[in-house]
Design a binder for this molecule. Structure first.
Ligand SMILES: Nc1nc2c(c(=O)[nH]1)N[C@H]1C(S)=C(S)[C@@H](COP(=O)(O)OP(=O)(O)OC[C@H]3O[C@@H](n4cnc5c(=O)[nH]c(N)nc54)[C@H](O)[C@@H]3O)O[C@H]1N2
Ligand SMILES: Nc1nc2c(c(=O)[nH]1)N[C@H]1C(S)=C(S)[C@@H](COP(=O)(O)OP(=O)(O)OC[C@H]3O[C@@H](n4cnc5c(=O)[nH]c(N)nc54)[C@H](O)[C@@H]3O)O[C@H]1N2
Ligand code: SF4
Ligand code: SF4
Ligand code: SF4
Ligand code: FES
Ligand SMILES: [Mo]
Length: 659
């Protein structure tokens, strides 16, 4: 610990802390602009200057580490004057005519800094260049005229997202933010995560959708969790007049630390599907609007009449509460043997099967942050579960190595040290081959006896189409790593072969990815409640076999053509949905339900975190909550649901510790 004095206050902080952070712990605010708590200190704007006893000139506190006995003052007359001067320079450099700026009015950190210094005008004549405004991006606008060159966006895109799209071109006063080699943002390598917009302190990067829709102070902020995939990122839903205006990453988020992907940030605000706002029933071949009472009594009587001939399928985007009620209603009360989820267990079932003998064999996402090698097999993490991808992509420039194993190529291959293009379904041979090389070369961390290693290697080469040299390189890279992580997805799990998981686990142990302290084996799963659905046993293939009634609770999920075709084979189809789709077109009864942001519930993310989504907006008048509809069906058929989800999810052992 280091002792320092700031504004006559004695403070003790760990070594390596910056003066700016040390001041924060003592409740002393030092104005800053380029600093951001999730980014490496940069020291560019100089607004955070402080007086340090013994130092000749004011020092930037955001890059200054504390020193024992340091005496710092942040509010002397001379510091205040310098701060005002720095701000005056910033304002005069470019077009900061605040009344004409979208973020003016409490949302601009530059403007707020000026108010903080009680500035009423800037004494320096403004003189600015006329930079082109880049409007080519679908989600945001880049206006270099309002940029203060704090480089938060550049650092965020590289250090946090690992995409390295943004940089600074030109020099001095002509410096501008550009994408790639100065191409229009809309044609750049940007993956549209919006992190740069979230960190920009001024109106240089502004959101297209929420611009002109009200300043932060007129928006309501509801903390929740993204239901876009099983990563489960923490979000802030910004609402005005019962409408989602914008979604921001929550810097306090346990999983994502402020990051979001394109889907989490923009899908909810650009939703274009048509909402279902009233119950409908098929009459003379046509769907007609009916009362809830009429629709529910029709559903109840169909279910009672066909008690043993019901197939039920639910979306894995629904809350655990809803999935539990669904399972209880159809599997226990109506005794259906066919209760599953839209994912059909493709990303989870085999993993959960292996977990029955190897409980908690999977690790937590955090392990990716410190991995020195990531082996990504059958998972398209550049496209799906993007935020999990960011956790290691950002380290690739710092030496973390990447191995991709996939029959198809993807953008991830460009970043990989080794990219194996294997034959589909050849993974078991490959994994055994990797083990065999490691054993043969004596590189294993744990003993493993493989008397037929030579044969296994030959077989791997033959089955995968990968050369012996590539196989050896991969095995050696993995085995020589200190903190490797093996990540797998649907390319592996869709094969539904438990021995694949067993061999992957064995390989992970062999290379030290899994030992008594580290858990560097992860499967990425599917939608937001993928894990919950498999724990509830809703993970079987959906194929009718004589059932007359299909009850599909799809909520706000997308529905594939294949599911629509299979479900439509029933003579009676009930669809509980928020949006119109091919499936609702086929329905006999449509029950309109809430979307994720209109209800409260729990979601268990891919690494076992039980998180709560909160209600941010109110549903249209005749729309009911997913779980309410299920409870009402139970009531009308003389049943009551316990819906004890905490207990229900313990029915099977989990592949990852729940917490
Ligand atoms: N942006 C976005 N994110 C999503 C989703 C989305 O639609 N969009 N969907 C969510 C859902 S529902 C799911 S289930 C997950 C799926 O996420 P992933 O598990 O990443 O599944 P896929 O995207 O299907 O990618 C599987 C990869 O396996 C490869 N593959 C196919 N066959 C084989 C094989 O035999 N061996 C090997 N080694 N690889 C093979 C494919 O080429 C593909 O690259 O993503 C979730 N996240
Ligand atoms: N054989 C087999 N069966 C499977 C799987 C498998 O890999 N193999 N995967 C299982 C899993 S994990 C899942 S989640 C299900 C899903 O079933 P899938 O067949 O994977 O369906 P999705 O691709 O999720 O999307 C459903 C439809 O919604 C549309 N859609 C999706 N996203 C958008 C969007 O953003 N905008 C618009 N306009 N349309 C969109 C697409 O046109 C798509 O046809 O299938 C499960 N069943
Ligand atoms: S949206 Fe994301 S990927 Fe695109 S430039 Fe901004 S930070 Fe980089
Ligand atoms: S665009 Fe915004 S975040 Fe990027 S350097 Fe300019 S002011 Fe800073
Ligand atoms: S990674 Fe998944 S949970 Fe996170 S923002 Fe994207 S879709 Fe949402
Ligand atoms: S906040 Fe320290 S130099 Fe910008
Ligand atoms: Mo999925």
């Amino acid at each position: 610990m280091v002792k320092i004095t700031i504004n006559e206050k004695q403070i003790e902080v760990p070594e390596g802390t910056t003066v700016l952070r040390a001041a924060e712990t003592a409740g002393i605010y030092i104005p800053r602009l380029c600093d951001h708590k999730e980014l490496t200190p940069y020291g560019g704007c100089r607004l955070c200057i402080v007086e340090v006893e013994g130092a000749r000139v004011p020092m930037a506190s955001c890059t200054l580490p504390v020193n024992n006995g340091m005496v710092v003052r942040t509010e002397t007359e001379s510091i205040k004057k310098s701060r005002e001067f720095i701000l005056s320079m910033l304002f005069s450099e470019r077009n900061h005519f605040c009344p004409f700026c979208q973020v003016s009015g409490g949302d601009c950190e530059l403007q707020n800094a000026a108010y903080h210094e009680e500035m009423t005008h800037w004494p320096i004549q403004p003189g600015w260049s006329d930079f082109k405004v880049d409007t080519t991006h679908p989600y945001f606008i880049l206006d270099n005229n309002r940029c203060i060159l704090c480089r938060r966006c550049v650092r965020a895109c590289g250090e946090m997202v690992g995409n390295f799209t943004l940089s600074v071109a030109e020099r001095g006063a002509a410096s501008i933010i550009v994408a790639d080699t100065d191409v229009p943002l809309g044609e750049s390598t940007c993956i549209k995560c919006g992190t740069c917009v979230q960190v920009c302190p001024t109106g240089a990067l502004i959101d297209r959708v929420s611009a002109y829709q009200g300043h932060d102070e007129s928006l309501e902020e509801i903390k929740s969790v993204c239901a876009g995939c099983s990563v489960g990122c923490s979000i802030k839903i910004m609402v005005r007049n019962n409408r989602i205006v914008r979604i921001e990453g929550d810097w306090e988020g346990a999983v994502n630390h402020g990051l979001l992907c394109e889907h989490g940030r923009y899908d909810p605000v650009t939703e274009s599907r048509k909402r279902i706002t009233a119950p409908q029933m098929r009459k003379n071949g046509k769907l007609e609007i009916v009362s809830w009472d009429e629709a529910m009594s029709a559903v109840a009587s169909q279910l009672m009449e066909n008690k043993n001939e019901i197939a039920a399928i639910a979306s894995t985007r629904l809350s655990v509460e809803t999935l539990t009620a669904f399972k209880e209603l159809f599997a226990e009360k109506f005794q259906s043997k066919h209760v599953t989820s839209v994912e059909e267990g493709v990303p989870t079932e085999v993993v959960t099967r292996f977990a029955q003998t190897h409980e908690g064999f999977e690790g937590k996402l955090d392990v990716l942050r410190n991995a020195d090698t990531v082996m990504c097999i059958g998972a398209n993490i550049h496209h799906s579960h993007m935020v999990a991808g960011f956790m290691f992509k950002r380290n690739l420039s710092k030496g973390t190595r990447l191995i991709t194993i996939d029959p198809e190529s993807s953008e991830l291959d460009y970043m990989a040290n080794i990219s194996l293009k294997t034959q589909p379904g050849s993974d078991l041979a490959l994994i055994r081959g990797l083990q065999a090389v490691i054993v043969q070369e004596g590189l294993g961390r744990t003993p493993l006896s493989l008397p037929d290693a030579g044969q296994l290697i030959e077989k791997a080469v033959r089955a995968t189409g990968v050369s012996l040299e590539e196989l050896k390189q991969t095995a050696e890279l993995l085995a020589r790593s200190i903190s490797p992580v093996i990540l797998f997805g649907k390319g592996i799990t869709a094969q539904r072969d438990e021995s694949l998981i067993e061999e992957l686990h064995r390989l992970a142990v062999l290379v030290g990815a899994v030992d008594s302290e580290r858990h560097g084996l992860l499967s990425i799963k599917g939608e937001s409640n993928s894990l919950a659905a498999t724990l509830l046993g809703m993970d079987t293939t959906f194929e009718l076999n004589g059932q007359k009634v299909v009850y599909a609770a799809v909520g706000d999920d997308y529905v594939s053509r294949s599911l629509t075709e299979r479900a439509s084979k029933a003579s009676y189809l009930v669809v509980q949905a928020s949006y119109e789709s091919k499936l609702t077109e086929q329905a006999h009864v449509i029950l309109p339900v809430t979307i994720w942001a209109e209800q409260e519930g729990h979601h268990i993310n891919l690494d076992g975190r039980i998180q709560t989504t909160h209600k941010a907006i109110t549903a249209p008048e005749h729309v009911r909550e997913n779980i309410t509809v299920l409870n009402e069906i139970a009531l009308r058929t003389n049943m009551t649901l316990k819906s004890d989800w905490q207990k229900a999810i313990l029915a099977r052992k989990s592949s990852v510790t729940l917490n």
